[in-house]
Design a protein around this ligand. Structure first.
Ligand code: ADP
Ligand code: MG
Length: 952
C-alpha cells in the first residue's frame, strides 16, 4: 500500500485538456461549437501534452450522459396499475419519454438510454469503457451514477459479481479492463476507496481514517486526498477483496424506499501509473512530444479514474428521514445541490463554478470539465409513483449534458425546447387563468353571500330598532309618570323640610336657652369651686399650722427626753446607793442567820430529847414483845397439841393438803387460822396478840416498823422482825410489806445478821411472805432461796430449820421457779435439812418435795417441760425410797404422793428402777392409806412397760 504522494516518478508527464473521443456515444448531438476548454490555469507547455484532437469535435469534451431504467421490482409490481410505468424508452432515437399523466408527456434525448433489459456489460461498454480507455492513455476520467435511491446506482457501479461475471458493475469491470490492459512490469495500479458522508471523507479501506482533508495543488489544480489509503492491486481477487472490505465499511442508512440504499457517496479512485515508452510503442504520443522529450527519456504517465456512486437524489421527506437523518440528508443534499449548481454553471458557461461549496464538488473538481473525461449514468425507476424524482433525475442528466454545449445543439434544442417551453407556459397560463377564474367566481359567490347576509342583518336590525323604539316610548311614558310621582314626592318632602326647618329653629332656640342655662350653671359652679378652693386653702393653712405645732411638740418632747436622760443618770446614782444599802442588809441577814442556827441547835437538842422518849417507848415495845414471845411459846405448845390431834384424826387428803400450807404459820408461832378455828382458846389468844401488834402497827406505821429492821440495837431489830413476821402472816399485808421494801429489809437482815433468833424469825417472816403467789417470784429474784439455803447450812436450830424448810416448801409450790430454785441450791438445802431429824423439819421437807413433784408432774403432763425430774439429781428420789416408811403418817403421805408423781414421768423410769423404787411403788399401790395415792401408783405401774417388766 502506498499513499498518493508515494508515487514520485523520475519524470512525469501530466496531461491536460480533453481526452480523445471514444465509443459511439453522443454522435447524433455533436455540435460544431468549440468546447470551453480547461477552467484552471494550464501548466507549463513544456510539461503538458495537449489533448489529441480527433477530428476537432468539441462534442468530444462534453459530459456523456446515459439513462438506465431499472426493471420493475416487487414493490412496483405489487402496486399494479396504480403505478404503471411513467417512463417510455426509445432506444433507437436515444430518447426517453416521461409521462406526466395520460395526456401530458415529455421526451428527452440522452447519449444513451438503457432499457430494463440492458446488460451490465453493455452499460459498461457505453458508459465507462471510453473513459477507462482515455485513462489508460493518461487522461483523468470520471464515471458517476446519479439517481433516486433504489433505482440501481450501486447495481450499475458497484455490483461485485464475484461469482457471476455478467453481474459485475462498472468498478469491477473498469479494474478488470485496466489490469488486462497494463503491463505489470512497468505499470502500477492502486486504489483508494472513500466515502463522503455528512461532509466528511472517510476511508473505506481504513475505516479509522475519518475526515480526510482534500488538498488542491495550487499550480496544477489537481485534487488529492493524501490521508487516504492507496492500495496497489495485482489481480482481480485482490480487487474483490478490497471492494468487499469497502462495502462492509460503508455506512448505509435504512430508508423507506430501500433498506440497502446508501445515504453516502462512495468514491473509488483508481490511480494508474504507466511507463511512457510503452506508450511510445503504442504511438500514443504526438510528434510534438517527441520533439520536446528525447526518445530515450523514460516518461511516466499518471492518471486517475474516479467512479462515484452518489447518494440518493430523492427529497428528505420522501425517504422518511427524521431526527439525525434530517441533518444527514441536509449534507447529502448540500453535496448534490452543489454538484447540480456546478453542472448548471458549467452548462451555462458561467465564469464562476462554485466547486468549493461542498466536498463532493471539491473532489470532483478536476474530473469535471476540461481535464477529465466524464460519464454520467442516471438511473431511474419505472414507477409513476416516483414521477417527480424521476423527472428531477432526468432534468439533472439533461443539464449535465450541457456542460459542454454546442451552438448547434443549442439551436437544435431551441425549437423543441421553445415549443415545449411555450406549450408549458400556455399550459401554465391556462391553468393559472382557470385558477383565477375559479378564484373570482368563488369570491363573487362569497360577496353575494355576504351581501345577502348583510341585507338579512339590516332587516333584522331595522326590526329590532322598531321594537326598541317602541320599548323606549313605553319607557319614556313610564319615566314621565315616575317623574310626576317624584315631583309630588318632592313637594311633600319640601313641606316636610319646612316643618323640619321650623322644628330646627325651635330646637335652636331651646339650644340657646340651654346654653344660657349652662353658662349660668357654669358660673355658679365656678363660684362653688372658688369657695371650695378657698376652704381647702384655709384647711391647708390649718394643717400647716398644726404641722408647726407638731414640730413645736416634737422639740418640747426632745427637751423632755433630755430631762428624762438626766433623771436616768440620777436614778443610776441612786441605784448605786441602794446597792451599798443592800450590802449592809446582807450583813444584817448573816447576823440573823447565826441567831437562827443557834435556835436550830436548841431545837435539835429538843429532838434528841424526843428520841430518848422514843427509846423509852421502844423499851415498852420490847417488854410487850417479850410478852408476845411468851405467848408464842404458849402457842407452840398448843400447836404441838394440835398436831397430835391432827395425827389422830383421819381427815381426807385435800383438807390435809390445805392444812400443810398453813403449817408454816402454826410452826412460826404467829397464829394459824385453820387451827385457831378449832380451838376457841387459842383463837382468843392469837386475836389478842394480833390486836396488840395491829395496835402497834397502826400507831408506829409500816415504814417506821420496817426502818427499825435496820436498827443497830439487836433487841429493837428482833422486835421489829417479829412485828413484821406477824404482819406477814396476814394475807392483806403480804403484798404491801413487799411493796414498801419489807422483803428487801428482811433478806438484808437474814444475810447480815448472826443472831439465831433473828434468823429464825426472819425465815418465818419470809416463809409467810412466800405463801403469796405474787411474792414468790420476787423472793426468788432477790436471791431469797440462796439466802435461805445459806442460813440452813449454818444452823442446827430445829425451829430455824423448820422455818427455812417451810419457806422453801412454799416456793416449791410454784412450778415456774423450779429451775431457779434448784440452781440456787434450794432443793439441796431442803434435803440437807433432813440431818436435823426433827419431825417438824422433816414434815416441812416432805411437804416441799410433794409440792415440787406434784407441780412438776403437772407441767410435764401438760407438755410444757420434758426430761427427768429436777429432784433426782440432788438425791431426793433415793432419800424418798429409803425413808418413806420411817416418818409419821402425814410425812409418809407427802413422800408417797411425791414418789407417785415422779413415777408418772417416763423419763424418771430408769432412776426409779435403779433406786429400787418398783418395790416401793408396788407397796404404795397396795398399802397406801389414801385411795388417790394408791390409784396413782397403780396407774404408774400399769402404764409403764418397763415397770411391768421389772415386776415380772
Ligand atoms: P441504488 O443505487 O439506488 O442504491 P441499487 O443499485 O441498490 O440502487 O438497486 C436497488 C435494487 O434494484 C437492487 O436489488 C438491485 O439489484 C436492483 N436493480 C437495480 N437495477 C437493476 C437492473 N438493471 N437489473 C436488475 N436489478 C436491478
Ligand atoms: Mg446505492
Amino acid at each position: 500500500m502506498a499513499t498518493g504522494g508515494g508515487w514520485a516518478p523520475a519524470r512525469s508527464v501530466e496531461r491536460h485538456g480533453a481526452p480523445p473521443p471514444r465509443g459511439g456515444g453522443g454522435g447524433g448531438t455533436r455540435s460544431k461549437s468549440v468546447a470551453p476548454g480547461p477552467r484552471r490555469p494550464s501548466p507549463s507547455p513544456a510539461r503538458s501534452r495537449p489533448a489529441p484532437d480527433n477530428g476537432g469535435s468539441s462534442d468530444s469534451c462534453r459530459v456523456r450522459v446515459s439513462v438506465r431504467l431499472r426493471p420493475k421490482n416487487s414493490e412496483d409490481l405489487a402496486h399494479g396499475s396504480d403505478f404503471d410505468s411513467c417512463v417510455e424508452l426509445q432506444p433507437e432515437s436515444k430518447r426517453l419519454k416521461l409521462k406526466k399523466n395520460n395526456w401530458s408527456c415529455e421526451s428527452y434525448k440522452f447519449d444513451e438510454v438503457f432499457s430494463e433489459n440492458a446488460s451490465q456489460k453493455r452499460v459498461y461498454e457505453v458508459v465507462a469503457k471510453p473513459v477507462v480507455e482515455s485513462v489508460l492513455e493518461g487522461y483523468n476520467g470520471t464515471v458517476m451514477a446519479y439517481g433516486q435511491t433504489g433505482t440501481g446506482k450501486t447495481y450499475t457501479v458497484g455490483q461485485l459479481g464475484k461469482d457471476d461475471p455478467s453481474e459485475r458493475g462498472i468498478m469491477v469491470r473498469a479494474l478488470e479492463h485496466i489490469l488486462s490492459s497494463m503491463s505489470f512490469e512497468t505499470d502500477r495500479v492502486a486504489i483508494s476507496y472513500l466515502q463522503l458522508y455528512l461532509e466528511s471523507v472517510q476511508d473505506l479501506l481504513a475505516p479509522e481514517k475519518t475526515n480526510i482533508p482534500i488538498v488542491e495543488d495550487a499550480k496544477t489544480g489537481d485534487v488529492s486526498l493524501p490521508g487516504a489509503a492507496v492500495v496497489e492491486i495485482k489481480d482481480l481477487e485482490h480487487v474483490f477483496h478490497l471492494l468487499q472490505i469497502g462495502e462492509a465499511n460503508r455506512h448505509a442508512a435504512n430508508t423507506k424506499m430501500n433498506t440497502e440504499s446508501s445515504r453516502s457517496h462512495a468514491i473509488l479512485i483508481i490511480h494508474l501509473q504507466r511507463s511512457s515508452r510503452i506508450k511510445e510503442e503504442n504511438s500514443s504520443l504526438s510528434n510534438d512530444t517527441h520533439n520536446i522529450f528525447p526518445d530515450d527519456l523514460p516518461l511516466v504517465l499518471k492518471s486517475k479514474l474516479l467512479i462515484v456512486d452518489l447518494a440518493g437524489s430523492e427529497r428528505i421527506d420522501k425517504s422518511g428521514s427524521e431526527g439525525h437523518m434530517i441533518e444527514e440528508a441536509k449534507f447529502i443534499n448540500l453535496s448534490l445541490t452543489s454538484l447540480g449548481k456546478c453542472i448548471n454553471a458549467l452548462a451555462e458557461n458561467s465564469p464562476h463554478i462554485p466547486t468549493r461549496d461542498s466536498k463532493l464538488t471539491r473532489i470532483l473538481r478536476d474530473s469535471f470539465g476540461g481535464t477529465s473525461r466524464t460519464s454520467l449514468v442516471v438511473t431511474i425507476g419505472p414507477s409513476s409513483r416516483h414521477y417527480s424524482e424521476t423527472s428531477s433525475t432526468i432534468m439533472f442528466g439533461q443539464r449535465a449534458m450541457k456542460v459542454v454545449n454546442t451552438i448547434k445543439l443549442k439551436e437544435e434544442a431551441d425549437y423543441e425546447i421553445l415549443y415545449k417551453k411555450m406549450e408549458r407556459e400556455v399550459d401554465q397560463l391556462t391553468s393559472e387563468m382557470e385558477r383565477q377564474q375559479k378564484l373570482i367566481k368563488s369570491e363573487k359567490m362569497q360577496l353575494d353571500k355576504k351581501f345577502k347576509e348583510s341585507e338579512r342583518s339590516f332587516h333584522d336590525l331595522r326590526m329590532t330598532s322598531n321594537i326598541r323604539i317602541e320599548n323606549l316610548e313605553k319607557e319614556k311614558c313610564q319615566l314621565e309618570s315616575t317623574v310626576k310621582t317624584l315631583m309630588r314626592d318632592l313637594e311633600e318632602e319640601k313641606g316636610q323640610k319646612n316643618l323640619l326647618s321650623e322644628q330646627i329653629a325651635e330646637l335652636e332656640k331651646l339650644l340657646n336657652k340651654n346654653k344660657q342655662q349652662q353658662q349660668l350653671e357654669n358660673l355658679s359652679r365656678t363660684k362653688i369651686l372658688t369657695d371650695t378652693t378657698k376652704e381647702h386653702e384655709k384647711e391647708m393653712e390649718e394643717l400647716l399650722r398644726q404641722l408647726q405645732e407638731e414640730r413645736h411638740c416634737s422639740s418640747s418632747l426632745k427637751d423632755r427626753m433630755s430631762v428624762l436622760q438626766q433623771e436616768l443618770c440620777d436614778a443610776q446614782s441612786s441605784a448605786q446607793l441602794q446597792e451599798s444599802m443592800a450590802r449592809e442588809l446582807e450583813k444584817k441577814l448573816t447576823k440573823v442567820t447565826e441567831e437562827l442556827t443557834s435556835q436550830v441547835q436548841s431545837l435539835k437538842e429538843k429532838i434528841s430529847g424526843l428520841i430518848s422518849e422514843k427509846e423509852v417507848i421502844y423499851e415498852e415495845l420490847k417488854s410487850t414483845q417479850e410478852k408476845v414471845q411468851q405467848e408464842m411459846w404458849q402457842r407452840q405448845g398448843l400447836e404441838d397439841q394440835i398436831r397430835r390431834l391432827e395425827r389422830s384424826t383421819s381427815d381426807n387428803y385435800a383438807e390435809e393438803s390445805k392444812t400443810s400450807y398453813g403449817m408454816v404459820r402454826s410452826g412460826s408461832g404467829l397464829g394459824n387460822a385453820a387451827f385457831v378455828s378449832k380451838s376457841g382458846k387459842i383463837r382468843e389468844a392469837l386475836s389478842g396478840q394480833r390486836g396488840t401488834i395491829s395496835k402497834i402497827f397502826e400507831e408506829v406505821g409500816l415504814p417506821n416498823v420496817l426502818a427499825l429492821l435496820k436498827s443497830e440495837d439487836l433487841d429493837v431489830q428482833i422486835h421489829a422482825v417479829k412485828v413484821v413476821a406477824n404482819l406477814a402472816a396476814e394475807d392483806i399485808n403480804q403484798e404491801r410489806i413487799v411493796e414498801e421494801g419489807g422483803l428487801d429489809a428482811l433478806l438484808s437482815v437474814l444475810e447480815t445478821s448472826e443472831n439465831t433468833t433473828i434468823h429464825r424469825v426472819t425465815a418465818g417472816a419470809v416463809a409467810n411472805l412466800a405463801m403469796n403467789g405474787s411474792n414468790q417470784g420476787v423472793i426468788m429474784n432477790k436471791g431469797g432461796a440462796r439466802l435461805l439455803a445459806n442460813v440452813s447450812s449454818k444452823t442446827e436450830d430445829p425451829q430455824t430449820l423448820r422455818m427455812v424448810a417451810g419457806a422453801i416448801a412454799n416456793l416449791c409450790g410454784n412450778e415456774k421457779l423450779h429451775l431457779m430454785l434448784k440452781q440456787d441450791g434450794g432443793i439441796k438445802a431442803l434435803l440437807g435439812m433432813v440431818r436435823s431429824g426433827h419431825a417438824d423439819v422433816i414434815a416441812q421437807i416432805a411437804r416441799g418435795i410433794a409440792n415440787f413433784a406434784k407441780c412438776e408432774s403437772r407441767v410435764i403432763s401438760q407438755g410444757h417441760r420434758k426430761g427427768r425430774s429436777l429432784l433426782i439429781e440432788d438425791g431426793v428420789l433415793t432419800w424418798m425410797v429409803a425413808n418413806s416408811t420411817r416418818f409419821s403418817a402425814s410425812t409418809r403421805r407427802h413422800i408417797e404422793l411425791a414418789f407417785c408423781h415422779l413415777a408418772q414421768n417416763e423419763d424418771n423410769t430408769c432412776d426409779i428402777i435403779a433406786s429400787g423404787g418398783i418395790k416401793e411403788l408396788l407397796r404404795i399401790s397396795r398399802e397406801s392409806p389414801r385411795d388417790d395415792t394408791r390409784n396413782l401408783a397403780k396407774k404408774a405401774l400399769d402404764s409403764n412397760p418397763a415397770f411391768l417388766r421389772e415386776i415380772q
